[in-house]
Write a protein that binds this ligand. Structure first.
Ligand SMILES: [Zn+2]
Length: 473
């Protein structure tokens, strides 16, 4: 995302790590009742698998006992939940999260409805700290925001209210009141779906969890964001992805919607880095009467909003920037975190050029501005040294330089996309050292040396006279 002062987007993506890092990138489409078809949003499946000694699971798996991907439970989840629909009939907790816009502005309601199978022995749900429970059925309060299934009935529920207005602050979201990353404007709202922790155990047959998301009344949702209010939806199928463009009645796109969907669809093909989610959920955020803190925000596997007046014909192309984030399924150690924004900025510019939206000169001017010394002692592999937006601007400059070197070293056969594809294929978090090793294997020793120099020291690449020329993708 981009702060109004210049940053493009914040990509806080625990959901990515959960859903993509463990291999189930898209929701498996399960049956829903006909009257709810328009409101059913997404579906993720966790299914248990028979592993000796394992009789418990947690979701989301990034917290709690199954946090580590190489732990027995992490392995269990990874092996049990593929991107395709489940192929067996193992029992599962049917978990429906239903969102409702309420009259009290600045608040929305979330209801959890569960149908539990008879094999279930226990179910514990820990709600977010900001949740205010208004109703429960079949659960007892266990303190500290945790609710336990009483075991008396198989159809049970929890209902609570959440604050809608959130701001972005240094990589995290918090509740403040002046500029927003999520907001309830009354007529409409864009909010983040709460992600409560679930932990459950069973007796004999393993039990999974099937999650579906719905909006009551007017609205739409992806896997991490909800839009409340009247809207029109436009869709495009491309390269195994469905793009859902939500345009609220309260706004008008400043770009032609077909051109926007064309651009996203073209990027879907051009980016060959893996991690293509089945569905990309895009909201054109109204700008009237709201002080957005950001120009765009991407969360979860493939949800994002962008201010509706953002143009396409600019090297900063926030629409493509946020889309690039949806293709970053890898997990990163702090010393490689710069690649999140650096490659998003770089590929937003490069894809815009390749799509004929901007000139090479415009992009070179943008990148050259990042080499003029304003980033002082910023070292990309040390986030605590970063001047504001160093990861965006300096990161993009270094990404551009390394992309050019990789293409030259491989006679155009490989590029920085090859490195990103290998990062996406990893299960373990990647470090700065991992990155340099990949530069060496995809390119050669000289590319690795340049990567080490420009990411681990304050040396800067010279602005290239032709950073965007050359074969390869
Ligand atoms: Zn970003």
């Amino acid at each position: 995302m981009r702060l109004r002062s210049g940053l493009v987007c914040a990509m806080l993506c625990l959901g990515c790590f959960v859903l993509v890092g463990f291999g189930f990138t898209g929701g498996a489409a399960l049956s829903v009742s006909a009257e709810d078809v328009d409101a059913v949003i997404s579906h993720s499946v966790l299914a248990g698998e028979t592993v000796p000694g394992v009789r418990q699971l947690s979701w989301p798996p990034h917290r709690g006992v199954s946090a580590a991907p190489d732990s027995p439970l992490g392995t269990l989840i990874a092996s049990a939940a593929g991107p395709q629909e489940p192929t067996d009939q193992r029992s599962a907790i049917a978990y429906t999260q239903r969102f409702v816009q309420v009259k009290q502005q600045g608040t929305f309601q979330a209801s959890h409805e569960y149908r539990v199978p008879e094999e279930l022995r226990s179910l514990r749900v820990r709600l977010p700290p900001a949740a205010t429970v208004t109703d429960k059925s079949g659960f007892s309060h266990a303190g500290n925001g945790t609710y336990e299934w009483t075991g008396a009935r198989t159809a049970v529920s929890l209902t609570y209210q959440m604050p809608a207005n959130r701001s972005h602050d240094d990589g995290d979201l918090r509740a403040v009141s002046d500029e927003y990353a999520y907001v309830d404007a009354g007529e409409w709202a864009i909010v983040e779906q709460p992600q409560p922790d679930h932990h459950w155990t069973w007796d004999d047959q393993p039990v999974g969890l099937e999650r579906s998301v719905r909006v009551a009344g007017e609205g739409a949702a992806g896997q991490r964001m909800v839009y409340f209010g009247p809207y029109r939806e436009y869709t495009r199928e491309a390269h195994g992805q469905q793009f859902r463009l939500i345009v609220p009645e309260a706004t008008a796109l400043s770009v032609d919607r077909r051109a926007l969907l064309d651009s996203l669809a073209a990027a879907s093909d051009t980016l060959r880095v893996g991690d293509r989610d089945d569905e990309v959920f895009v909201v054109a955020a109204p700008t009237e009467g709201v002080e957005w803190q950001l120009r765009g925000l991407q969360r979860g596997p493939a949800d994002f909003w962008v201010q509706a007046d953002e143009p396409l014909a600019t090297p900063e192309n926030v629409w493509l920037h946020e889309y690039v984030h949806t293709r970053q399924g890898y997990r990163l150690a702090p010393d490689l975190e710069w690649t999140r924004e650096g490659t998003a900025v770089y590929y937003a510019a490069l894809l815009s050029l390749e799509q004929g939206l901007v000139s090479g000169d415009a992009i070179r001017a943008r990148l050259d501005s990042c080499a003029d010394g304003e980033f002082g002692a910023s070292t990309l592999s040390s986030p605590d040294t970063w001047e504001p937006s160093a990861d965006y601007c300096l990161g993009a400059l270094v990404a551009s330089d390394l992309d050019r070197r990789l293409r030259l070293a491989s006679d155009g056969e490989r590029s920085l996309q090859t490195v990103l594809r290998r990062l996406n294929a990893r299960e373990q978090p990647a470090t700065a050292e991992t990155f340099v090793i990949l530069l060496g294997s995809v390119g050669d020793g000289s590319v690795a040396a340049a990567g080490s120099l420009y990411t681990m020291t304050t040396e800067r690449p010279s602005p290239s006279p032709s950073p965007f020329r050359g074969p390869g993708s």
